[in-house]
Design a protein around this ligand. Structure first.
Ligand code: NI
Length: 238
């Protein structure tokens, strides 16, 4: 997200020992769709994981939908079991820095540390290495893009969910504004957002959208490392 500083997160209940081992393939296989031929959208959830992320995961699982989560490293360290549950649900995980700093204001060494500490926390919790990153606030420059060493995936629909905190408004925004190839920015640290997801899924499916992960949205293409991507609208040729 763009403006807000990271808020304190619930940490009491979720602290525990880090999980070890590799990520399982526990989730049911999802039928692959070709987003060049059918209407696709990627829902993305930033700044977690937090305890309430588990409520979102249940919604996604119940509706057989996969999303992409841009995780903040210090929240992964606080809530490793939630990060593990995100991965186990077949969702995609990305790196959203260690503490949601504006990376353009940091030295090259500190930018690298923001990404590497987060990679380590995610690996400890899930066994996975995030294949994409998202810069906090979207703030990036050449030093940030170089340190990322992976594709930067930003967004084409800025829902401003953090600002309005309005479930009905969020459902309406996503349902009406989404076009094929869009990447929707939301934040599962807000309960109003988590509460909106059932309605968002219903609304998008009623418009014929397939809800996919970021990787699925661009497949079979691979995103370029060190560049910012906002959407895949051009790929859709029905
Ligand atoms: Ni953010």
């Amino acid at each position: 997200m763009r403006r807000r500083l990271i808020v304190p997160v619930v940490m009491a209940a979720m602290c525990g020992t880090a999980l070890v081992g590799t990520a399982s393939s526990a989730s049911a296989a999802v039928k692959a769709v070709d987003c060049r031929k059918v209407k696709c959208v990627a829902l993305t959830f930033d700044d977690g994981p937090v305890a309430d992320t588990k409520r979102l995961l249940k919604t996604l699982s119940d509706r057989n939908v996969r999303a992409t989560f841009y995780l903040v490293g210090q929240n992964v360290a606080r809530n490793p079991s939630v990060a593990k549950a995100i991965a186990n649900g077949g969702n995609q995980i990305g790196n959203h820095s260690w503490d949601h700093a504006d990376l353009t204001k940091l030295s090259a060494a500190k930018i690298s540390s923001q990404f590497s500490r987060t990679d380590t926390a995610i690996r400890n919790a899930t066994g996975l290495r995030p294949s994409t990153v998202r810069a906090p606030y979207g703030a990036n420059n050449a030093a940030v893009r170089k340190a990322a060493a992976r594709p930067l995936v930003h967004w084409s629909i800025d829902t401003l969910d953090w600002k309005y905190r309005d479930t009905a408004r969020l459902i309406r925004t996503v349902t009406t504004q989404t076009r094929p190839g869009d990447i929707v920015l939301m934040h599962d640290i807000h309960k109003t957002t988590v509460s909106a997801v059932p309605g968002i899924i219903t609304g998008l499916k009623s418009r014929g959208f397939h809800i996919v992960t970021v990787d699925q949205l661009f497949a079979p293409a691979k995103l370029p490392a060190g560049k910012v991507t906002y959407d895949n609208r051009k790929a859709y040729k029905p």
